[in-house]
Write a protein that binds this ligand. Sequence first.
Ligand code: TYM
Length: 332
Amino acid sequence: KPRLYSGMQPSADSLHLGNYIGALLQWKQMQQEHDAFFSIVDLHAITVPQDPAELREKTRRTAAQYIAAGIDPSASTLYVQSHVPAHAQLAWVLNTITGMGEAARMTQFKDKSAKHGRDASSVGLFAYPILMAADILLYQTDIVPVGDDQRQHIELTRDLAERFNARFGDTFVVPKAQIQKDSARIYDLQNPTSKMSKSAETPAGIIWLLDEPKVTQKKIMRAVTDNDGVIAFDAQEKPGVSNLLSIYSAITGSPIEAVVGEFEGRGYGDLKKGLAEVVMGELEPVRARALELLDDPAELDRLLAVNAARATEVAEQTLAEVYDRVGLLRPA
Ligand code: TYM
């Protein structure tokens, strides 16, 4: 089976609809045909300040949402990044073959450091993509399903893999990104030209997986659209309506054109009502299951430990080979 790797940051109490559609839905579909590894990347989360007690809790909550969304922790390896020390160890080696300029060109770093100020940004934030490359390369990954915003990071990962292989001999599989066409970017419901994001300015435009159904419905009914009243897909001219159509399409699995056909000639209210039903129907069981899992944190922690042991076995092999290749002396 081809090896699959992906992950998410535990940086909010709940994942959002962008994470669900851009990542989790694909993960769930792909896990059967792949040898899949899914991590909760807590080491990435601390590249911006986190409250320690909250971070621990968010890490558990993220794990619960993975499982509730359909990731099977006995078929796939679902673990916490910091439980496998090889991630930080490989990242260090990759740091040494990454150029400063190359890292400085990453748009996510540029955006985040512009927001917080360059001097207030940590070296960890700068090195974020290199740790992500380590995640992927440790597992000799063939395919990385992510949302569109991660495209540049996967490109860097490929460059680093090729560079290492060329310099030290064939070591890493060079991975490929898999990015869904229509649903790769879900936008904020209040601000449909920005992607739905944990760090959005107002909460009204974000659908959280753990929102109560009524809250979800309200947010969808209040989504920003436009004034021309025609249901059509046009991401440039009609970003709000197009976003609603994308979400509808991603969750029902019916192509955008079919969704447009279904709602053609009807009003935005109808589209929103239909969408609210579809989204609530999809998320309600996920929410219920996640809350149930969180009722038994000891069991959740046990599952994560078993899975981390499985991940460690694979990761340690790659790390040992890398250390050999670069000439680190083995302990006697
Ligand atoms: P994170 O936590 O920011 O995002 C997790 C996943 O959700 C996708 N995503 C979206 N997709 C569609 N529309 C949106 N509005 C939206 N917002 C987020 C992201 O593309 C991502 O797939 N750097 C990664 C975490 C990571 C990782 C890895 C991923 C660390 N190591 C190794 C893959 C492989 C990230 O930003 O996650």
